[in-house]
Design a protein around this ligand. Structure first.
Ligand SMILES: [Zn+2]
Length: 310
């Protein structure tokens, strides 16, 4: 099988309805794996259910590291959704087989209750894959309704699959799709003068040696880069009072990786957000920074004064 998605690894299985019995995919359904972080492991599990009483597959599996495995061709109907349950969204036709009109994406989540947030790499791979599938099949770039779109397994089976996919950055997805955003690349003219590759996927700021990495880098690349945020002025700052967070001061903004919402609770549901700078920890960090700048200036002035005495 040639992958529909460029760069996807193929681990095929036979758990699908060929050619969707003549139908076209109109929906993308998001699932999570409830265990396992590697896409290949989940894809091999799907293949192992072939011929069993409960054969199962999604079209794609997206690993925590952002790698994508394709298991079933998009033109075929992967067996990812079993039944409808009471309370399902009204636009679903209970008499139809949902696998014939849907393309299913499975997000690897290590926890058995799907409570994990996506990793930065996983989120970006997922967003781009969704956009590419929508383009290939003219699926509306919005929350599913009677005319098609994107939703989660909970939409079909709220009784048994309320936590499928579990936490998912819906608002950033809509923003990403609406703005037709493409992630900034190192080769882009608005980026190239400021950054070079820093290894491990990080970006190295040419003027000050600061490194942008992980979810903060993805946020920076998705939402404006140097044009909006300016260049980063610090490496990630880890505050002991806020474990599992990372703050980056930029020229024009302060980025915060904070998946558990320990510092602030902005409405947008991604892992990163812009930190308020007139209150709280953002303000403190700015004050600290200006204090240390003043201190280093004072030290330099003192040194000049001392030297001028000789
Ligand atoms: Zn599911």
């Amino acid at each position: 099988m040639v992958p529909d998605e460029k760069g996807a690894l193929v681990i095929p299985n036979n758990n699908f309805t060929p050619h969707r019995d003549g139908l076209r995919p109109r929906y993308i359904i998001l699932h999570s794996s409830a265990g396992g972080s590697h896409a290949q492991v989940v894809a091999k599990y799907f293949a192992s259910t072939e011929g069993s009483a409960d054969p199962l597959s999604s079209h794609y599996v997206i690993g925590c590291d952002g790698s994508i495995v394709q298991c079933v061709a998009e033109r075929d109907g992967a067996w990812a959704n079993r039944t409808f349950s009471p309370g399902h969204d009204v636009f679903w036709d209970e008499t139809s087989d949902p696998n014939l009109s849907t393309i299913s994406l499975d997000l690897c989540k290590p926890s058995h209750d799907n409570s994990d947030m996506l990793t930065g790499a996983q989120q970006m791979a997922c967003f781009q894959l969704i956009r590419n599938i929508c383009r290939r099949w003219q699926i509306p770039l919005r929350l599913a309704d009677a005319d098609g779109g994107i939703t989660g397994h909970f939409s079909l089976d709220p009784l048994n699959r309320q936590q499928c996919p579990g936490p998912f950055p819906w608002d950033p997805l809509w923003t990403f799709l609406k703005e037709g955003q493409r992630m900034l690349e190192l080769t882009d003219p608005q980026v190239a003068p400021f950054f070079s590759a820093g290894g491990d996927g990080s970006w190295l700021c040419n003027s000050n040696g600061v490194r942008l990495r992980g979810a903060n880098l993805l946020f920076y690349r998705c939402y404006g880069g140097p044009r909006l945020f300016g260049i980063p002025l610090t490496n990630e700052i880890y505050l002991p009072q806020y474990p599992n967070t990372a703050i980056v001061l930029c020229e024009r903004a302060m980025l915060a990786y904070d998946p558990d919402r320990k510092i602030d609770t902005p409405l947008m549901s991604g892992q990163c957000y812009l930190l308020p700078i007139t209150t709280g920890i953002g303000q403190q960090l700015l004050l600290q920074r200006s204090n240390s700048l003043i201190q280093s200036l004072t030290t330099k002035l003192n040194q000049i004064q001392i030297l001028s005495r000789f």
